[in-house]
Design a protein around this ligand. Structure first.
Ligand code: GLU
Ligand code: ZN
Length: 289
């Protein structure tokens, strides 16, 4: 039988905010409820936005919240050869092509295939690389939301012109290397799931199960994120953030604001079941803080 292995994969672009702790906690609980393992992976491919100080801060913060990786923390930046090998495998299937379009020249929405005439031809050095998605299925079975159908993504980029591997390619390779069986993350990433499954399929890899939960939005209705400068959680007082999350989840008989992170985790584990998580995810796509 496959051992459950979940993960939390923050980008090393800034400190964790309440939305990130929510994501970490839900993936952690989902794993622990199923006696599984929970890994932390640092997404640090984009050198212009990521830094060691951010990833160190993230790991300190998770630790303060009692969220420790079962096994060595993985850094995407150490896996460039794995991503390159995956790209070669896709290239051999003649489903990649070079795209020389500039972002400005393209209309909003899915890529319209201007450069499809290069399909299967040798890849150009100074161009983005796209993958042909005619065989991509947009049906996903979501563990928390049930059957979902997403928008067609168009032929998406797997490697940018500046050499950066796309998140979808890196992630598909990572989930395989790390033997991840279940990906529990925010619904803002639902649209990415068919792309990740498609890449896994083309690489001959088994996709993990996916489950998407509501994302936290501020009073302005905008997702809490590092980009919108959501305030970082204070890792000196994990109980404060945990108590806010418990309120959002309408949990009763919560520990006090002074209790240590471990007490909170025991509490969350005792009151949340996979079924409860499902119900919560089914009722809302966003939760307002
Ligand atoms: N680093 C990505 C993010 O933070 C990973 C998301 C995921 O697949 O869980 O948006
Ligand atoms: Zn193009």
């Amino acid at each position: 039988m496959n051992v459950y292995r979940g993960r939390f994969a923050p980008s090393a672009t800034g400190s964790l905010h309440l939305g990130s702790i929510f994501a970490a906690l839900l993936s952690f609980l989902h794993a622990k409820q199923q006696h599984g393992q929970w890994l932390v992976r640092i997404d640090d491919l984009d050198e212009t936005r990521c830094s060691k100080s951010h990833s160190d801060e993230i790991l300190h913060c998770l630790s303060a919240f009692g969220l420790e990786s079962d096994g060595a923390v993985v850094y995407q930046s150490t896996r460039l050869t794995d991503y390159e090998d995956a790209l070669k495998t896709l290239e051999r299937q003649r489903i990649l092509y070079s795209c020389t379009c500039t972002r400005k020249s393209l209309p909003k929405g899915p890529y319209i295939g201007n450069c499809i005439h290069r399909l299967g031809k040798p890849l150009l050095k100074d161009a983005a690389i796209r993958i042909s998605t005619t065989k991509l299925s947009t049906n996903v079975y979501d563990l928390l939301l049930g059957p979902q159908m997403t928008e067609r993504p168009g032929d998406f980029i797997v490697k940018r012109r500046d050499g950066l591997f796309a998140y979808q390619l890196a992630c598909a390779v990572d989930e395989h290397i790390d033997s991840i069986t279940d990906v529990i993350r925010g619904v803002d990433l639902l649209e990415s799931t068919p792309m990740q499954c498609f890449i896994s399929e083309r690489l001959g890899l088994v996709s993990p199960n996916y489950g998407h939960f509501p994302i936290l939005v501020g009073s302005d209705g905008v997702k809490l994120s590092k980009q919108t400068f959501a305030s970082p959680v204070d890792r000196r007082f994990p109980s404060k953030a945990y108590s806010k999350l418990a309120k959002l989840l309408s949990l009763k008989d919560t520990p006090s604001d002074m209790d240590p992170a471990s007490t909170w985790l025991t509490f969350f584990q005792s009151v949340t079941t996979p079924a409860a998580t499902n119900v919560m995810a089914g009722v809302a796509r966003t939760l307002s803080v």
